[in-house]
Design a protein around this ligand. Sequence first.
Ligand code: NAI
Length: 341
Amino acid sequence: RSLRLVGQHAQKQQCREMSSSIGGPQRKVTILGAAGGIGQPLGLLMKLNPLVTHLSLYDIGGTPGVAADLSHINTPAEVAGFAGDADLGKALEGSDIVIIPAGVPRKPGMTRDDLFNINAGIVKALATAIAQHCPEAIVNMISNPVNSTVPIAAEVFKKAGTYDPRKLFGVTTLDVVRARTFYAAKQGLNVKDVDVPVVGGHAGVTILPLFSQATPKKPLEGEKLDALTKRTQDGGTEVVKAKDGKGSATLSMAYAGALFAEACLKGLNGQKGIVECTYVQSSIIPELPFFSSKVRLGTNGVEEILGLGEINEYEQKALEALKGELSASIQKGVDFVHQSW
Ligand code: NAI
């Protein structure tokens, strides 16, 4: 009897999910780099998301297989796979959200900036195609170095006359996910209850977790604070070392990318009170044209960029210290587009 009840419960749950998807707006999510280490688990998570009605998977190769595999999962999202340049337009057409984890990941000893030369060109080409085929889509940039790839996409969109700063996001959610996990463990808290805003950028010292605003609040200072800040900043490097030459964070990144894409979908669908930390065009730090902070999401992407709130002396110092590197990374992205046009 209990097995039958479990079955009935699962069926009801599935019906609920299907009706929310069928009853809700049609939403097409496209992943560029969908056959990669991040792209595959991210595709899985988006296939499981009831807000997604169409899932488009693009890569230079391998996507027909990934798409066939995911398409057998009995959730409503229709899956289509596209491979190679000639198919890129079809993959993008009609997209509401384009998520970009295309490019090469780090190997031990590399910084995110070391990826610049390869990934900058890939992002430029993909942004050019987005401007042509789905200029109104929301773009979630995962490809590193995010501090530069977001300005690259912005410059490409400006040149194409399609730039809407409300719709271009650097995905920094993994920094928030890590800060929550590490803070909860260190403070003996239930991770489900924890939140930690992370601002700045997405590389080394430009990642600034605001532990003074962490909730639930528990005193944190001195060496313990230093260690948590550093571990959050170096979380990516911790994974790169552990994978020993086989890439960087993929599973936790897919989780973080799915969280952020879902927040964008909820905003698009008119749900209120959706706030996420993300790297966007911003004026809250006048000398940094792109900056990550809490952003309220709405039907057109960014609805409001929220300020930093009250930060303590430790965080103020770290904020001053990150400005030089972040500013240089932004400029490097802008220069790349101008020099290579
Ligand atoms: P991967 O090498 O496993 O996958 C990348 C995929 O991109 C491959 O399937 C490749 O064929 C594809 N690709 C290459 N050029 C392409 C093009 N022109 N169009 C479409 N697809 C193309 O790498 P992984 O581990 O999935 O990482 C991808 C990117 O995400 C890297 O740049 C990495 O640094 C970044 N990343 C970002 C994080 C963040 O927090 N924002 C965290 C972890 C990684």
